[in-house]
Design a binder for this molecule. Sequence first.
Ligand SMILES: [Mg+2]
Length: 380
Amino acid sequence: MSTVATVEAIPVSYPEPNDFNALRHLCLVKITTHDGVVGWGESITQFPEANFAVKAIIEGMAERVVGRDPLDNIAIWHALRDQMWWYGYNGGIASYAVAAIDIALWDIKGRLLGVPVVQLLGGAVHERLPAVASSHAHYEDIGRMVEEAQEWVAPGMHGLKVGLGKRGNARLGYEHDRDVEYMRRMREGLPGKWIMLDCGWNVKWDVKTAVRRVQAFEEFDLHWIEEPLGAWDPEGYANLRSKTTSLIAYGEKEWNVDGFERVLGTGTVDVVGIDPGRAEGITGFKRAVERIEFHRRQANAHCWSSAIVTAASLAMSFSSPAFKLIEVKPLRNPMQHELVPEPIEHVGGWFTPPTKPGLGIEVLDEVVDRYRSDKVLAAV
Ligand SMILES: [Mg+2]
């Protein structure tokens, strides 16, 4: 029996080219067994204070992991959730810690058994899934934003998702006429491609603004609108959904099955966003996806961080008919293209089921070391 020897929490900080080179933060976990098998996990903490808090919680939870058999990963997941009864009952920082440890244990389990995580989850239900580009517009000029989007999808991607209310000069999400003109020209410049728009935290539409905006966007075949009324507004979402036909996507800020069940119960969500690096790992993700399948809604992996969460998301997405596409960051970035020697890439706009054991990625220690938060933040 191979048992866990060490659990190391490693906060990293890196510039994200898809977000104006903003410094973003993740807490990685490296778990090593007594016979030297290594698994990697990630939590998408995003902010430095959350990152260091998660490191502390992972270190506290480690005693429930060390000495255990990684094949008992779901039993360990339950033990971790028991540990957080007081400080994470409703989700939060503790969910990140569980997420990272859980992903690493699935990785090790797959390696020990010599099978990919998607097979541990019961096997792939899709032969292939379409890739879409997910990014933030970088220009003020609408024509230049359309050209940029055309560059993103040029490798064969089936569509794209653009963030509104993000950093920089794009100023999308704030002015009705300009936003509608943007959508009109995006449709004109990207015929036949899915176009999704994702409202960031700075977009504060009220219900009537959202209705008016989405009605105008759908004239140009908006595939889905994401978080137009934020993470929770059942009445507003019911109102919006009754007046529009573009799919409504939200859910990515939920932490656990309870949260997803609450969102699904409103009957107002068409596409449920879910991040394994937040929602209690692959185990939490799987349990939530079973509820999404039950409610007959679409699920969508929120994977916009490292190759670890992308690998976990691929495994999950292939394991359930609720998933219809895979989002990828179109611009090369450190946590996808440097962290692993063989970055996770679509081929001509398609992903096929992962075949290598565990998460199927080799994380490079020297790259992790280069982006350790203590080093990066000391140099800022
Ligand atoms: Mg989103």
